[in-house]
Design a protein around this ligand. Structure first.
Ligand code: FAD
Ligand code: UDP
Length: 367
């Protein structure tokens, strides 16, 4: 009855299902073990009219025209240039650390000199990962690097990953480079925003197609039947019953608080790299500019993923974990009709646009 089965109704699964149904004319069954679609992008409106991102706040950003156009077929946009500040000492300073931040941290004469040196060394507008900046011999640049490392990266990374920046792949801290510019935005991508009616509505529209059927509350493990092709966006170790051991993930405990005031903080996100057990505080109403006399915030407490206790949120990019993932990948290659994708299926620290792009690319490969 179905040609293909897609496991998981997150972004990777929904995009795959839509393309298979629409472009290849396949009958597609989407299985989702949660009681909702959307994967970790799921959101719903609370009684105060504020859209809550249940699995952590999501800001869409991409430089890829193709990805933006694809998603735009299913949603209008609330354009949103995401900005983050970090509480360091008594000050709130822009993150990524940029030339504004430099001028907040150092007195004018020194900041002017350091700015010239950074521009001369790296070029205006460049993005320098902190681990690269720390390799510099120049004493002035080393001083900036030490400031940024100690005040922004070290303790935050310890809280988030339970490891130092040296212990995990440099790609992780490289996501938030030092910016040699006055751009205060967290992302520099051309397209950034939040779906006007939320992510779930966009995914719902994507899955609304006569060739697609979605079954919620259904684990793939409980399914029997023959399918031409299986597209699996769950964790690859689970598919193989953990035969080589479990792939480690980080999870997050989001502690939500409702406050009886219009706003709690001055920004959608405030990072706490120096103290407290949580990494950051999000205030949800900023994302779609929701109006309410109450506000809802979430404090993020990072923790290890444990089966049955919490959710898989972050693959941990580290050599030994990649080696374990590669063993599963070798097993996957022996199957001729199962394709793994998505943040869990590929065990890659994908943003939404990368999960979408991967699904589009996989279909192109199979064509
Ligand atoms: P998922 O969203 O995890 O979907 C996988 C789905 O498969 C899940 O619904 C799961 O229940 C289902 N599933 C798994 N196994 C089975 C099974 N055996 N049977 C049936 N169903 C199964 N990206 C951004 O671009 N911007 C952001 O601001 C951003 N913020 C984030 C904040 C947090 C805290 C987290 C965790 C992620 C964030 N992301 C962000 C990343 C984004 O969530 C992912 O890129 C995206 O959700 C990946 O989609 P996916 O479909 O691969 O995986
Ligand atoms: N990071 C940090 N301090 C910050 C912001 C980020 O140390 O103020 C590091 C930390 O290791 C974090 C990584 O950079 O996990 C990536 O940050 P990003 O905001 O991209 O993480 P995500 O939004 O995916 O949780």
């Amino acid at each position: 009855m179905y040609d293909c089965i897609v496991i998981g109704a997150g972004t990777a699964g929904a995009v795959t299902a839509r393309i298979l149904a629409e472009e290849a004319g396949k009958k597609v069954l989407v299985l989702e073990r949660r009681d909702h679609i959307g994967g970790n992008c799921f959101d719903e409106t609370d009684p105060h009219g504020i859209l809550i991102h249940t699995y952590g706040p999501h800001i869409f950003h991409t430089g890829k025209e193709e990805v933006f156009s694809f998603l735009s077929r299913f949603t209008d946009w609330h354009f949103f240039g995401h900005e983050v500040v970090a509480k360091v000492g008594e000050e709130l300073i822009p993150v990524p650390f940029n030339l504004h931040t430099l001028h907040m941290v150092y007195e004018k004469e020194k900041a002017d000199r350091l700015e010239q040196k950074l521009i001369a060394t790296y070029g205006e507008g460049s993005r320098v990962p902190i681990m690269k900046l720390r390799e510099q011999d120049d004493p002035d640049i080393r001083e900036i690097a030490e400031y940024v490392y100690q005040n922004i990266f070290l303790k935050y990374t310890m809280k988030q990953w339970g490891q130092t920046p040296e212990e995990i792949s440099p790609e992780v801290t490289g996501r938030v480079p030092v910016l040699i510019s006055y751009d205060d935005r967290y992302f520099q991508d051309k397209y950034q925003g939040i779906p006007l009616y939320g992510y779930t509505k966009a995914v719902e529209k994507m899955l609304r197609h006569p060739n697609i059927e979605v079954k919620l509350n259904t684990d793939y493990k409980n399914l029997s039947g023959e399918f031409d092709r299986i597209f699996y966006t769950g964790s690859i170790d689970e598919f193989f019953d953990y035969k080589f051991g479990q792939l480690p993930y980080r999870s997050v405990n989001f502690k939500l608080e409702t406050h009886d005031k219009e706003y709690y903080q001055c920004n959608s996100v405030v990072n706490y790299p120096c103290n407290y057990d949580f990494t950051r505080i999000h205030e949800y109403k900023y994302y779609l500019d929701d109006k309410s006399d109450k506000t809802v915030i979430a404090k993020e407490y990072s923790e290890a993923f444990e089966i049955g206790k919490n959710e898989r949120y972050y693959p941990i990019p580290k050599d030994e974990n990649i080696a374990l993932y590669n063993k599963y990948l070798e097993e996957a290659k022996k199957l001729n009709n199962v394709y793994f994708l998505g943040r869990l299926g590929d065990y890659k620290y994908y943003n939404m646009d990368q999960a979408i792009e991967r699904a589009i690319d996989l279909f192109e490969e199979l064509k």
